[in-house]
Unconditional design. Structure first.
Ligand SMILES: [Fe+2]
Length: 273
């Protein structure tokens, strides 16, 4: 469990004629078991000050690594934070690649213990489903993760490597409704083209941890050690789709952040008039 001190709150505002009444969301991504203050009290207090209409979780709140599982109460930071927020907020959670690995390949019991603790506290998982939140439809697109960290035959790895097809979002989430504001939680930002074709108005994403080290305003390293990843932080636009890429709240493997503060995202949606 990595103790951290500093995170930066980033505020994003979007106007849309599909929005009838102001909405305020907090978005958390890539905690990876990090702790800000005792029991994440600093993070909880910052979120409570915002008074959001709902808290949205974009995944990777834990680390799917054997070394992490050996830490006593490895899941405690994520469960404590998210379940505490669920006491006085509606919380929607979509898996990142780390939860997806735990759920699909590593250990079903581990996943059930983790997810059931959150569900019992009132958290709603929206993996590959949509929920109505007034005029906003909140959807979650779960990554199917590569399994290279686990002892699984190569043929199986090839078969399960994640390559989204053009109709995959339609198949999993249904056809996006044009008359509603489509807010999509999708951990991996690389597929902005697919998210846009599906009909997302706003995508909330993470995954690349801001590029770990910021050099000349560019993120140096992304997930899977990819150099100079295309999507690291801030807002990206493709056709009618905006995508926020959070720098995330934690880290792993490359356990540093240089010129790249951890991020708590606050998203305001406003009507046009
Ligand atoms: Fe991550």
């Amino acid at each position: 469990m990595k103790k951290r001190k500093l995170f930066k709150t980033e505020e994003y505002t979007f106007k849309s004629e599909k929005i009838a009444k102001r909405k305020l969301f907090v978005f958390l991504s890539d905690l990876h078991g990090a702790v800000y203050g005792h029991n994440n009290d600093a993070l909880k207090a910052a979120i409570r000050r915002v008074k959001p209409d709902a808290v949205l979780i974009g995944g990777d709140m834990v680390i799917a690594r054997d070394a992490f599982f050996r830490i006593p109460n490895w899941e405690k930071a994520a469960i404590d934070l998210v379940s505490d927020l669920a006491k006085d907020n509606k919380v929607y959670y979509c898996n990142g690649n780390h939860e997806s690995v735990i759920r699909k390949y590593r250990n079903q019991a581990v996943w059930l213990n983790f997810s059931e603790a959150l569900i019992d506290s009132g958290v709603e998982f929206i993996n590959n489903k949509s929920v109505e939140f007034d005029e906003v439809i909140i959807s979650g697109f779960e990554p199917l993760e590569e399994v290279k960290h686990f002892n699984i035959p190569r043929a199986y790895f090839k078969n399960t490597k994640y390559l989204p097809k053009m109709d995959e979002l339609d198949n999993r989430l249904g056809i996006a409704r044009n008359d509603r504001y489509n807010l999509l939680l999708a951990h991996k930002p690389e597929f902005i083209k697919e998210y846009s074709i599906w009909g997302a108005d706003l995508v909330l994403s993470g995954h690349n941890h801001g590029g770990v080290v910021k050099l000349f305003n560019k993120g140096l390293v992304g997930a899977s050690m990819k150099l100079f990843p295309e999507y690291t932080d801030g807002v990206y636009t493709r056709n009618n789709t905006k995508m926020i890429v959070s720098r995330g709240l934690g880290s792993h493997t490359l356990d540093i952040r240089i010129n790249n503060p951890a991020e708590l995202s606050v998203i305001e949606l406003l009507p046009v008039f």
